[in-house]
Ligand binder design. Structure first.
Ligand code: HEC
Ligand code: HEC
Ligand code: HEC
Ligand code: HEC
Ligand code: HEC
Length: 259
C-alpha cells in the first residue's frame, strides 16, 4: 500500500509516532546524549596530536579557565585555533615564536607563564582535571542545570563575566552588534521551534566562526540541518556538545518544549 498522507488513519499514526517519539526524546531515550563529564571537566580537553609520538605528556586545556577571561573569538578567530581538538598544527616551535599558546598577551612569559623550564608541566601533564580546585572561583556565577552548571549567557548579560573581546583585531562594532533572533521552525510536526538569538553569539564569536562554513547567512537555507546532525557534532552541535551548554538542555533552545 503506497503511503497516503491524506488518509486520516495514517495521519493519526504519524501524529502518534511524532508525539510518542518526542516524549521519549525528551526523556533522553531515543537519541543518545554523551554521558556528562563532571561540571569542572566540561570543556576540558587533552591535546595530543604530536605529543603522543614525542615522549612528552599531552597538553591540557580548560575552556572554563580561559573563557572567563577571553571571548571565543580571541582564540578561534584571531589566534586561529580550530573548534575541533587536535586539528590545529600547534608545535612547540610555533608557541615559542609567539603563535598559538605563546601569542603576546597569553603564555608569553609576561602576561602568563611562558614556554621555558620549569613551566612545561603546567601544560604537559596529561591531566584533564588539572587545577580543578580553581573551579570554586566560579561559584559566584549564575547556575544552570547542565555542562559547567554555569549560566554563561546570564553571567555575560549581568556583567559578572567580562571576557576580553580581542587582542589586536578589533571587531567592527556595527557588524558585531547584530542581534536578530531567528525562529527556526522544526521539520517535525508538533515539535516547537528552536530559537537562535544572535546575541550572545555575536558578543563572544566572530560572524566568521559560523558564516559561511557552518550556517548559510539566510534563515532555513542550511542543507541537512537537523537535530540528528546537531547531536553528531555538526551545526549547533559544533559548540553545544562540548563547550557551550549541552544538548541535554532542550528548553534553552526549544523554550516551548514541555520538559
Ligand atoms: C602554555 C602551554 C605549554 C607550555 C608551557 C609548553 N607547551 Fe609544549 N606544547 C603545547 C601544546 C598545546 C602543544 C601541542 C600538543 C600536541 O599537539 O600534541 C605542545 C607541543 C609540544 C611538543 C611536541 C610537538 C613539537 O613541537 O615538538 C613538545 C616536544 C613540547 N611541546 C615540549 C615542551 C617543553 C619542553 C616545554 C617547556 C620548556 C613546553 N613544551 C611548554 C603547550 C605548551
Ligand atoms: C584561550 C583560548 C580559547 C578560548 C578563549 C576558547 N577556546 Fe575553544 N579551543 C581552544 C583550543 C586550543 C582548542 C583545541 C584546538 C586543537 O586542538 O586543534 C579548542 C577547542 C574547542 C572546541 C572543540 C572541543 C572538542 O571537544 O573537540 C570547541 C567546540 C571550542 N573550542 C569552542 C569554544 C567556544 C564556544 C568558546 C567560547 C565560549 C571557546 N572555544 C573559547 C582554545 C580556546
Ligand atoms: C553561532 C553561530 C552564528 C554566529 C556567530 C553568527 N550567526 Fe548569523 N546565523 C546563524 C544561524 C544558525 C542562522 C540561520 C541559518 C539557517 O537557518 O539556515 C543565521 C542567519 C543569519 C542571517 C540571515 C537572517 C535571516 O532572517 O534570514 C544574517 C543576516 C546573519 N546570520 C548575520 C550574522 C552576522 C552579521 C553575524 C556576526 C555579527 C552573525 N550572523 C554571526 C548563526 C550565527
Ligand atoms: C560556534 C559556537 C556556537 C554555535 C555553532 C552555536 N552556539 Fe549557541 N551559544 C554558544 C555560546 C558560547 C553561548 C553562550 C552560553 C554558553 O556558553 O553556555 C551560546 C548561547 C546560546 C543561547 C542562549 C542561551 C541563554 O540562555 O543565554 C541559545 C538559545 C543558543 N546558544 C542556541 C543555539 C542554537 C539554536 C544554535 C544552532 C542554530 C547555536 N546556539 C549554535 C556557542 C555556539
Ligand atoms: C543548542 C540548541 C538545541 C538544543 C539544546 C536542542 N535542540 Fe532540538 N533543534 C535545534 C534546532 C536548531 C532544530 C531545527 C533544525 C532545523 O532548522 O530543521 C531542532 C530540531 C529538533 C527536532 C525536530 C527534528 C529536526 O531534526 O528538525 C526535535 C524532535 C528536537 N529538536 C528535539 C530536541 C530535544 C528532545 C532536545 C533535548 C534533548 C533538543 N532538541 C535540544 C536546536 C536545539
Amino acid at each position: 500500500m503506497p503511503f497516503n498522507s491524506g488518509s486520516s488513519q495514517w495521519r493519526g499514526l504519524l501524529f502518534c509516532a511524532v508525539l510518542c517519539l518526542s516524549q521519549s526524546l525528551i526523556a533522553g531515550g531515543t537519541w543518545e546524549l554523551p554521558p556528562p563529564p563532571p561540571p569542572d571537566e566540561y570543556g576540558n580537553i587533552l591535546i595530543d596530536r604530536t605529543t603522543k609520538t614525542k615522549g612528552i605528556k599531552p597538553a591540557t586545556f580548560s575552556h572554563w579557565m580561559h573563557r572567563r577571561k577571553f571571548a571565543c573569538r580571541v582564540c578561534h578567530f584571531e589566534i586561529e585555533f580550530n573548534m575541533k581538538t587536535n586539528t590545529t598544527e600547534i608545535t612547540e616551535a610555533a608557541n615559542r615564536a609567539g603563535k598559538y599558546c605563546g601569542t603576546s598577551g597569553c603564555h608569553d612569559g609576561k602576561a602568563s607563564f611562558g614556554h621555558q623550564e620549569p613551566e612545561c608541566g603546567k601544560c604537559h601533564n596529561g591531566d584533564k582535571a588539572y587545577k580543578k580546585e580553581r573551579f570554586a572561583e566560579l561559584a559566584r556565577l549564575p547556575a544552570a542545570p547542565f555542562g559547567n552548571r554555569i549560566d554563561w549567557g546570564r553571567a555575560l548579560n549581568k556583567g559578572l563575566s567580562v571576557p576580553v573581546k580581542y587582542l589586536s583585531i578589533k571587531p567592527d562594532p556595527e557588524v558585531s552588534s547584530f542581534k536578530e533572533v531567528l525562529v527556526l521552525e522544526s521539520e517535525w510536526e508538533g515539535i516547537p521551534p528552536a530559537i537562535f538569538p544572535h546575541r550572545p553569539h555575536t558578543w563572544l564569536l566572530d560572524c566568521n566562526n559560523c558564516h559561511p562554513d557552518i550556517f548559510n547567512i539566510k534563515k532555513k537555507t542550511t542543507k541537512h540541518f537537523s537535530m540528528a546532525a546537531n547531536l553528531q557534532g555538526d551545526f549547533c552541535g559544533v559548540c553545544h556538545l562540548s563547550v557551550a551548554f549541552p544538548m541535554d538542555d532542550c528548553k534553552r533552545c526549544h523554550p516551548a518544549m514541555q520538559n
